[in-house]
Ligand binder design. Structure first.
Ligand code: ZN
Ligand code: ZN
Length: 257
């Protein structure tokens, strides 16, 4: 059985867990050790089962807890090789011990215990940003977050995915009429920013996603509104979905159909 959970998503912290009951993998770690442990235990997942953390990019909301879990528990941290080079300063601030750092290449899958993992390039203003495919027991899960646009390669991955965690960061109208200064509006909606609600729905259409569940993640508290996205997705989707509110946890199992 594949168990998964959104341990939290949004500007304060992002982390996802995937577990077969014995071995668990995190994607991103934006929490303190205590908070992460609390969130894991609410799903009955032992801290000691974590065999690695796969990192999307080095912005603090995704990366600020990496150093402590690496130093305290010796957990390996998998970071795209380009991020290690281009974001060397952000990386060094995290103080991840060298022996815990693993360098990964896009489109070159590797395994951690029973998991097959692979990262693919995204388009974001942090060097070497990636999304992740997580495979276990012939089930595929995909995380696509913090990207200003999507690619045909990502659509092809989503077509195959059973569970998809997809960024829906902002509503275009709310962003345009909202309080952000012009340069920030440009950044968020630009090629190296974030996916809008419209882009997320467009992505699901282009990929003909027909998996078990979509989780909309990384919603902006200022430029999005969960109930607005809920309505919008409800009008446009025939697959089950969940709009993840900031800071809350959501869990599930991939069903063996
Ligand atoms: Zn980011
Ligand atoms: Zn982010």
């Amino acid at each position: 059985m594949v168990q998964y959970a959104v341990l939290g998503t949004g500007s304060n912290g992002n982390s996802y867990v995937f577990s077969d009951g014995t071995t668990s993998i995190l994607v991103d770690q934006g929490y303190s050790v205590v908070e992460l442990g609390r969130r894991l235990s609410s799903f009955g997942i032992e801290f000691s089962s974590i065999a690695g953390v796969c990192v999307t990019h080095l912005h603090p909301d995704h990366a600020k807890g990496l150093g402590t879990i690496a130093r305290k528990f010796g957990i390996p941290i998998y970071i795209h090789e380009v991020a290690q080079e281009k974001e060397a300063e952000a990386l060094s601030r995290l103080s991840i011990p060298q022996h815990c750092l693993r360098s990964v290449k896009a489109d070159v899958p590797f395994t951690i215990g029973p998991f097959t993992l692979g990262c693919f390039l995204t388009s974001h203003d942090s060097g070497g940003s990636v999304g992740w495919n997580i495979g276990l027991d012939n089930k595929k899960m995909m995380i696509l977050t913090d990207t200003g646009c999507f690619s045909s390669q990502q659509c092809a991955f989503a077509t195959e995915a059973d569970v998809l965690f997809l960024e829906a960061n902002y509503d275009e109208k709310m962003l345009n009429s909202g309080p952000y200064p012009f340069f920030l509006k440009k950044r968020v909606s630009g090629e190296f920013g974030h996916l809008s609600n419209n882009q997320a729905i467009e992505f699901l259409g282009s990929s003909r996603f027909h998996g078990q569940h979509v989780y909309f993640i990384h919603l902006s508290d200022i430029n999005n509104n969960p109930s607005l996205l809920e309505d919008f997705a409800g009008q446009n989707l025939s697959v089950p979905f969940t709009v993840c509110e900031k800071g809350k946890c959501y869990g599930g199992n991939v069903e063996q159909l």
